[in-house]
Design a protein around this ligand. Sequence first.
Ligand SMILES: *[C@@H]1O[C@H](CO)[C@@H](O)[C@H](O)[C@H]1NC(C)=O
Ligand SMILES: *[C@@H]1O[C@H](CO)[C@@H](O)[C@H](O)[C@H]1NC(C)=O
Ligand SMILES: *[C@@H]1O[C@H](CO)[C@@H](O)[C@H](O)[C@H]1NC(C)=O
Length: 553
Amino acid sequence: MASATDVITYIGVPLAVLGVAPIIYNTISTVATVMKVKRMLRRGRLAGITRGDVINHVIEVELPRYTIAPLGREEHEKDYWGLCEHPSKIPGGSWTIFNWKCHKIGLKTQRIDYADQLRQPQAEIGFEELISFLIDLGAVPNANGFRMLRGSGLWVPIGTALLVSPDKEENVLTIAPLDDSDGNLSLAVRWSSDWRMKDQSSLPPYWVAIMGPSPAGPSTNIADSETSSGEKLAELPAKDGTIIPKTAKYLPTVEEAPPALRCQIGINGLIAAIPEDFEPQLFDELSIDIGHLEIDDMNANTTGIWFASTITAFGTSLETILWNYKISSEILAFAKKDSIPCGILVLLNVVEESATPEWATKYDDEAERREEQMRKLKEQTRAMMKENQLPPDQRAAAIKERNLRTHDDFVESHNAARKRVAQRAETRMVEAIQSPKWDNKLVAQHNLAWLKKEGHVDESHDLRRAVEVLLWRMVNGRELAHELATVLDSWKGFVDNGGIRRVDYQVLKENQVAFANGSLLVASIEASVSAAHGSLAMDVQECVRVWKKVRLG
Ligand SMILES: *[C@@H]1O[C@H](CO)[C@@H](O)[C@H](O)[C@H]1NC(C)=O
Ligand SMILES: *[C@@H]1O[C@H](CO)[C@@H](O)[C@H](O)[C@H]1NC(C)=O
Ligand SMILES: *[C@@H]1O[C@H](CO)[C@@H](O)[C@H](O)[C@H]1NC(C)=O
């Protein structure tokens, strides 16, 4: 007969052991998982808290959530242009491949059963900052990806690439699963040290490089002005940023090309301009005084607005992707509008009349003059015949009379002719004002040819290059910039007020070089409207406007 103790020993103990086994198993596996998680966290240099609940075999991991931003391009040069040495391999931590400014904004707790369920909280980052940073490193925007994102928003398929590697072979920035993003746009990033990363000396996003006049330009201008009209002024920037009007006698002391400029354009126009081949340490000292191109809050001084609008247009056609400055709709509308009548260009001697559609009355003076002459001749012959029949004493008086009359006739017809010329000039002016208005591009083409003919613009420059030189001159020359703005203001003024009038024509005539220069700027703004339409740049702009903050991981 088995005793109660035996029962316990032979049945109870195995049963008890069986009951404890899962606990033992759970304990071991939980501890193992916790250790694995801790190892993963350590490897990714992550400060997390891991707790294991051995009974229920649940592991809790608390990880900080960060908001991140790119490091300073200049002050953290080494880290900005380098990859992180210990990136986290945990899903959601793709952003740790780069070095960032990190700021902890909270903790995220997750419960997992197995180590491979561990997720790193995605980091929060400004979308525009992120794109700008990656483009700066050398990533290339993927037009298709941005078009899809703009069109479909959060419905864009996972894995769609927004940015690709410098060789365009692999993806850099892709759409990630929405798991952790609370309805925010969710992205993942990759970078390989095999890719050619740009460096400090490359042009950052939001900057535009503009080249100054070619070195040969000014010197040929001098040769020109010595031989031709004298009133021609070529201008060279002096050291202090002002412009010295250079007459024929002035010879430039520098032979080399003036340095190209890098201009940084912000929401409020020009922020900085520095010579191209600068040493980063000298950044501040070399900055050019750009006070005259700053846009004040009141927008009272339009010089900066014209400059910012033109350089933005100039950059847009360069396929610059990221833009801070928005050309005002008012200026865009002005640039798109045909406002200069072709007749006015004829009066300004910019266009041959034969190149314009017929707009002026044609007078056939020759026939009229011949008729008049015949009539006078006949009259004279008749008078002379009459005189011959007169007795001599009366004849002398008659001849004298006739001569007087001829003289009066002459004076009268001369006066009439003068009056007619004045009247016709008047009519011609009215007709010119009413003649068909030309597109700004056409106006600029003719003005460019005129500027070349007059020796203001290098013969080899096309519209784009001429605009570039003008922008460069505007940065370096306060007066020139102001002069251009003034003429553009009055141009825009008469367009807003119903079109050109005689006084406006006078203003253009008196400032014809500035007007011709200005028309190049206007044409480049006009060109940017169609260039930007439906372009990658527009898609990117729209995406960063809609998605301010994104989750990256
Ligand atoms: C995005 O994330 C923030 C917190 O980071 C949250 O407040 C917001 O509701 C999320 N969703 C959207 C659509 O912005
Ligand atoms: C605008 O700025 C220019 C250059 O700084 C200056 O010469 C001009 O007087 C200013 N005009 C007005 C209206 O403030
Ligand atoms: C017009 O542009 C030419 C070429 O850039 C420049 O030399 C000249 O100084 C400018 N003149 C005015 C008044 O803008």
